[in-house]
Every structure is written in C-alpha cells, then in structure tokens.
Design a protein around this ligand. Sequence first.
Ligand code: NAD
Length: 355
Amino acid sequence: MSLVFDHVTLGQRVMFSSGHAAENLATEVDRLGADRVMVIASRSEHSVAPDVARNIDVALFHDDLAPHVPVAKAEKARTAAVQNAIDLLVCIGGGSTIGMAKAVALTTGLPIVAVPTTYAGSEATNVWGLTETARKTTGVDDTVLPATVVYDAQLTLSLPVELSIASGLNAMAHCIDSMWAPRADPINRALASEAIRSLAEGLPAIKTDPHDVTGREQTLYGAYLSAVAFGSAGSGLHHKICHVLGGAYDLPHAQIHATVLPYVLAFNAPMSPEAERRIAAAFGTGTASAGLNGLRNVLDAPRALKDYGFDESAIPEAVSLILPVVPASNPRPVTSADLEALLRAAHSGETPGGN
Ligand code: NAD
C-alpha cells in the first residue's frame, strides 16, 4: 500500500527536567532577550508560580483569570501587557492560564514561554479559545504557539489525584481522537500511539502514589506527545462533542473529556481498523475498548455526565448542536439517533462497548 501524506510540524523548544523549571525558565528568558516579563498564573497556581519565576526579573504578575478565557478578562490582560511594555509572556499553570497567555499573544504578537502544571497540553498547540456569553470560539494561529515549553513534573505533584486522572484522560482523548481527526496521518498516529502507552503507564502510577514523580513524568511526557498529535491532526468527533458540551452547558473540561471518550471509541473503533489496531497495541490489550475501559477501571475514572451537571433534558439540544459539526473524516457516518444514544449512555454512565 502506498504511503502519501502532507504533515506540518510546529517549531517549538521543549525542555523537560523535573525540579529544574526555575533554571530552565531563566535560560529561556535570557535566550529570547526579554527585558519586561509578564507572568500569568491564577491565584490557586501561586503555590508554584513565584518559585518557578524566582530566577527572572518580573515586570508584572497577572492573576485575574477564569476558566475558558472570558473575552473581558483577555482584554484586561492585553491592556496590562501593552501599558507595561511587556516583551515576553510567561504562563505558569493549567490550560486556562496558558489559554490566557495565548489570548494576549493573539493580538499583541508577544512570544510565550509556557510552564504547564496540568496534562491538558494546550502549550503544544497553535489553537486558541475565548468565551463570551457562554459561547466558546476557537481558532488556529501560529502566533499563539509558545516559543518554549518548560516541563517539570514536580509542578504537577500538587494536582489532586482526581484532577490528575481527569486531566491525563483529557490527554488520552487527544491521542484517540487523533486517529480519525481531519488531518490524521501516520506521523501524528505514531505520536499518539506512544502517548497512549506512556499515559497508560503513568496514570496508574499516579493513582498508586501521587507523590511519585516517575508516574508524573510519564504522564507529562504522554500529555505533550498527545497534544502534538492533536495539534497536527485537528479535532475529531470526540472533540466536537466535548466542545459543544463544555461551551453550551459550562461543564468542567477535563472531566467531560474523560467521561465521553470511551463512548466515542466504542462507536468509531469497529469502523476504523487501523485505529483499533494501533490503540489496542499501545494498551497491549485484545481490543482498543478493553484497553481504555481497563485503564478507566484501574483509575476509577469519571463515569457519567450526570455527575458533572449535564441534565438529561439537554440531550436533544446538544445533539442538534453537535450534528452539523461532525467531521467529514469520521470513519463512521453519524446520525442524530447515534448521537442521542451516545449521549444517553454517557449521561447515565453505562459501560461503553460492553466490556
Ligand atoms: P484549568 O487550567 O482550568 O485548571 C483546573 C484547576 O486546577 C484550576 O483551578 C487550576 O488553578 C488548578 N491547577 C492547575 N495546576 C495545578 C497544580 N499543579 N496543582 C494544583 N492545582 C492546579 O484546567 P485544564 O484542564 O488544565 O485546562 C482546561 C482549559 O484548557 C480549557 O479551557 C480548555 O479548552 C483548554 N485547553 C486548550 C487546548 C488547546 O490546544 N488550546 C488544549 C487542551 C485544553
């Protein structure tokens, strides 16, 4: 069979070393020749941010943040960056904090050094998101891709186990959706396969011992690879469903991804033999669903949308919002009846794929 693809690799420096975020951040601030640094970190991330920034001169600390980057807060941060003649953005935190840095970069063109503290993976993509009156807008722009990512698994030690698992399964969703997303190709599928293997090793280790940095490193490494795969392959059916649920019903990002994923896998995998083979091989299990469901059982993963504030009565509306955005690349045609069945199962938490 001939091999034909058109793949774009995004340019970014990635520094990965546990316990060395402060040194690596200072190296990058020097290398980029920055004089006026704005550090973006939420108040709850203040337990780590000042320590990570201890070796650099900070012109401005900005902590007025909220989940999903509200437009009004982005405008405030942009104004602060301009008024303070900022020449580099440093974001230290989860996907919401990195999302704020991206929003500022989008209009100012300022470079970003990202220091992630969750497994959401936004640092490795050129995708931005903003919300206004409960509507989430996303876009793709290379201006928002961080110039450098400084990974330090010790910074994720304070992430509570439940949130670590949800966030790690958000990364798993990037991998699995990359198998059939619109720009899926052999390179992003290979990255996604390695990420599945690494997440399947790291997440149970976090569950067993949340203070063991080895499991955190495997998960962070997998999260990075998963985001590179996702950034390259684009949003598949799973991300389209979660984008609607998160945006229209204000549901928590990582938990929604963790809950919906096995239902999308069970729906698509039988019609996508290559995805089925690659995912099962990465898990080392007989089938892809057996691998994911087995991991979810070990992790005691988020199980039902009803547990995260999604009301059953919203299912018909959600179906009507998702149907028009189903990617043409999906390996299986999707009807409104299919989506309704998928959302009803995810709402109640019945075992997906019957495993
Ligand atoms: P988050 O950034 O909202 O963080 C969740 C909570 O964890 C927050 O309260 C935060 O303060 C806290 N937290 C973060 N790190 C911590 C740590 N080490 N210790 C203790 N608490 C910590 O959630 P998230 O799941 O990281 O990110 C979700 C957001 O990222 C969503 O808005 C999503 O759309 C976006 N996202 C974007 C992309 C992209 O490519 N653009 C990819 C993934 C996610």
